[in-house]
Ligand binder design. Structure first.
Ligand code: NAD
Length: 282
């Protein structure tokens, strides 16, 4: 019997735990989100994050800047948040307009407030196998969900399809730290079906609906679908769920899979940064 991995209920448990911890503190952790323009998908993601932060009892600040904001103006906003002792966590919602140098913007975030591990300081520590202040939300959420279902990662052959800086790349590093043997595939990978169908765990972060069919999956493999694709049929993942689920041992749905785990990890990271900044933990 295939197990459908319930990211929503796992995330809800984490949120409740954070909520009960937060009431103990005199100050509220504060998450600041910078959103550029009014991209529909980004606005929904940001609204969901704020809703969850409010529910937990965090302060949430939204800085919504116009699409044509200048790089200097955006940098100034980040410096202000860096200097504000009441702000514990800063998230710049991606993607940014093409006219803005993303690297320059993300590097401006104070690493101790870098809630999604965007800066080279934190990412570098992650790559070296040391502890960054916090690890990136989506990869962290994926690993947390596999832990919840007691899926042992050690020694497993895992393919991560997609090599972006926010999902594929950091995820491959974290999996390697858990002693998995990791293959990273991307748009130029040859013979992806053959490669993927030999793996114990397939993780797709491509952004193409129905991309992963049964041909990509070994009988009994674990299938993690990171994709969030807006289609005429609503939100779907990368995996052709209805057919792949019969071949997989464990599979995540979309929605209610990795999406809620990402938000839960954003909240957890905000709390962790708050605690680091107030010296509650080392
Ligand atoms: P991205 O566009 O930055 O990266 C996509 C990756 O897919 C690239 O590395 C590219 O090489 C690879 N790719 C594209 N076509 C391919 C092909 N034919 N074969 C193999 N690889 C191919 O995207 P991203 O930001 O990493 O996001 C990927 C997907 O995950 C999107 O659907 C996004 O919405 C979703 N996402 C979900 C969450 C979540 O919380 N569930 C978080 C972040 C991103």
């Amino acid at each position: 019997m295939t197990v459908i991995m319930d990211g929503k209920s796992c995330a809800d448990k984490i949120i409740e735990k954070i909520k009960s911890e937060v009431v103990q503190y005199d100050k509220k952790p504060t998450l600041a989100v910078i959103l550029i323009g009014n991209n529909h998908a980004s606005s929904i993601y940001v609204a969901n994050k704020q809703k969850k932060a409010d529910y937990i009892g965090f302060n949430s600040i939204l800085i919504n800047l116009p699409y044509d904001v200048s790089e200097n103006n955006l940098l100034e906003q980040i410096y202000k948040l860096n200097d504000n002792p009441d702000v514990n966590a800063i998230l710049v919602q991606l993607p940014l307009p093409k006219t803005i140098n993303q690297q320059k913007i993300l590097e401006a975030i104070d690493p101790i407030k870098d809630v999604d591990c965007f800066t080279s300081y934190n990412f570098g520590w992650l790559a070296l196998g040391y502890n960054p202040y916090v690890v990136p939300c989506t990869p962290k959420g994926i690993i947390r969900l596999t832990d919840e279902y007691k899926i042992d990662l050690e020694g497993k052959n895992i393919i991560v399809i997609g090599r972006s800086n926010i999902v594929g790349k950091p995820l491959s590093l974290l999996l390697e730290q858990r002693n998995a043997t990791v293959t990273v595939a991307h748009s130029k990978t040859k013979n992806l079906t053959a490669l993927s169908s030999s793996q114990d765990i397939v993780i797709s972060a491509v952004g193409i609906p129905d991309f992963i069919t049964t041909e990509y999956i070994k009988e009994g493999a674990v299938v993690i679908d990171v994709g969030i694709n807006r289609t005429d049929k609503g939100i779907t993942g990368d995996v052709k769920f209805d057919e792949v689920k019969d071949k997989a041992s464990f599979i995540t749905p979309v929605p209610k899979g990795i999406g809620p785990m990402t938000i839960a990890m954003l909240m957890e990271n905000t709390l962790e940064l708050f605690k680091i900044q107030h010296s509650f933990i080392n």
